[in-house]
Ligand binder design. Structure first.
Ligand code: NAD
Ligand code: WQD
Length: 342
């Protein structure tokens, strides 16, 4: 058995896929999650897929005392992968304080615990949203970060700045920030995937919910963007590819292969697809006609966003392998499984 890794938010969408990849690579895992946007069922699913039940602590990481207690209990943790956060862009505009409190208090409490318990390795879930409206495409990591449109996005930018300061001040702390583009897809088993609370904010779960009959139609937010077909372009990435990048990043830190105390990498495929292309591919892959209507633009949407992937390829030796059709097929399988369960 390799080292013990703490995965915050490990019952959630990206976290649960990452726990599976960590277990498959021989790591011991401890999930810390308050289940505010997930359920304990994830633990059974992880066990069903891997044969291993991860350790689990139900704790709100925004609570400092409780956060410290878990570290006291798991003193042998060698690295923390920090997924836990609220992530709904629209909700963050309505309730900014809730987002700053949850996302930044959690980060600060974790970093305080790492300092106290001398745990030197930290991986952070960041987002392409830190690039704001990009001036150059594809976006490289050299691109300056900008104030994101939403408070949610700003928690990611501020978190990276906090990390930068803390890593500089600490003798023994190494961090990697992973900037995800648009994660979609689900595990090939169909046992875990994204399960949004209420009306989905994101394109792919909205599409699958329309196709399965839960929602009437998809609203396409604008077809008057300066892109090939007028709809915005995004870099969709399969969640399992994303999960694998976390295992590589954690190994990089554990093996002290990092070239700077704080590194950041884009995680995308480098390929952009428009909303219409996603809809067409969905229809083709699933042989289902999708009901949709073009409506006005959504505030804060940028026309185009796709990653330069060279740095992750060169330094992490990681490259996304799964294409759009595989992402869509797995999202669809997951949606059908979930609904079949009732
Ligand atoms: P998710 O909501 O499925 O998972 C987050 C998990 O964190 C949930 O299980 C939730 O219960 C838990 N959590 C939230 N606040 C907590 C707290 N205070 N204490 C303990 N647990 C808490 O979200 P996800 O899509 O898996 O996202 C994981 C991370 O990746 C987040 O930090 C998110 O901001 C980031 N990210 C996500 C996307 C995306 O499109 N999904 C894109 C870029 C970045
Ligand atoms: C993709 C495209 C929409 C829904 C968001 C966050 C970002 C990151 C990932 C966490 C856009 C269009 C969508 C719909 C539509 N999250 N769309 N109808 O906005 O690129 O990124 O999720 O960190 O921070 O901002 O992803 O899936 O919401 O939208 O037409 O009902 O689909 O306009 O062009 P986005 P998305």
């Amino acid at each position: 058995m390799k080292s013990k890794i703490m995965v915050t938010g490990g019952c959630g969408y990206i976290g649960s896929h990452t726990v599976i990849e960590l277990i498959k690579s021989g790591f011991e895992t401890v999930i810390v999650d308050d289940l505010s946007n997930s359920s304990e069922k994830s633990l059974d699913r992880i066990q069903e897929i891997t044969g291993v039940l991860p350790h689990f602590e139900k704790v709100d990481l925004a609570n400092q005392e409780k956060t410290m207690k878990i570290f006291k209990k798991h003193t042998d943790v060698k690295a923390v992968i920090h997924f836990a956060a609220h992530k709904a862009v629209g909700e963050s505009v309505e309730q900014p304080l809730m987002y700053y409190q949850n996302n930044l208090f959690s980060l600060i409490n974790l970093l305080s615990a790492l300092e106290k318990y001398r745990i030197p390795n930290f991986i952070f879930s960041s987002s392409a949203t830190v690039y704001g409206i990009p001036t150059n495409l594809p976006i490289t990591e050299d691109e300056a970060t900008q104030r994101p449109f939403s408070p949610y996005g700003n928690t990611k930018k501020v978190a990276e700045e906090i990390l930068d300061d803390v890593v500089k001040s600490a003798a023994n702390l190494n961090a990697i920030s992973l900037r995800y583009f648009n994660p979609i897809g689900a595990h090939e088993s169909g046992l875990i995937g994204e399960l949004p609370n209420g009306i989905p904010n994101n394109l792919m779960p909205y599409i699958t919910q329309v196709a399965v009959g839960i929602r009437e139609k998809l609203m396409v937010f604008g077809n008057d963007y300066p892109t090939k077909d007028g709809t915005p372009i995004r870099d969709y990435i399969h969640v399992v590819d994303l999960a694998k990048a976390h295992v590589i990043a954690v190994e990089r830190l554990l093996n002290q292969q990092n070239e700077a105390a704080f590194e950041y990498f884009n995680l995308g495929t480098g390929k952009g697809y428009s909303v219409f292309e996603v809809i067409r591919t969905f229809e083709e892959v699933t042989k289902t006609k999708l009901n949709y209507e073009v409506t006005s633009r959504r505030a804060g949407d940028v026309p185009q966003l796709y990653a330069a992937t060279n740095l992750a390829e060169k330094k992490l030796k990681w490259k996304a392998k799964k294409g759009l059709k595989e992402m869509i097929a797995s999202s669809w399988k997951w949606e059908q499984n979930v609904r079949g369960e009732g």
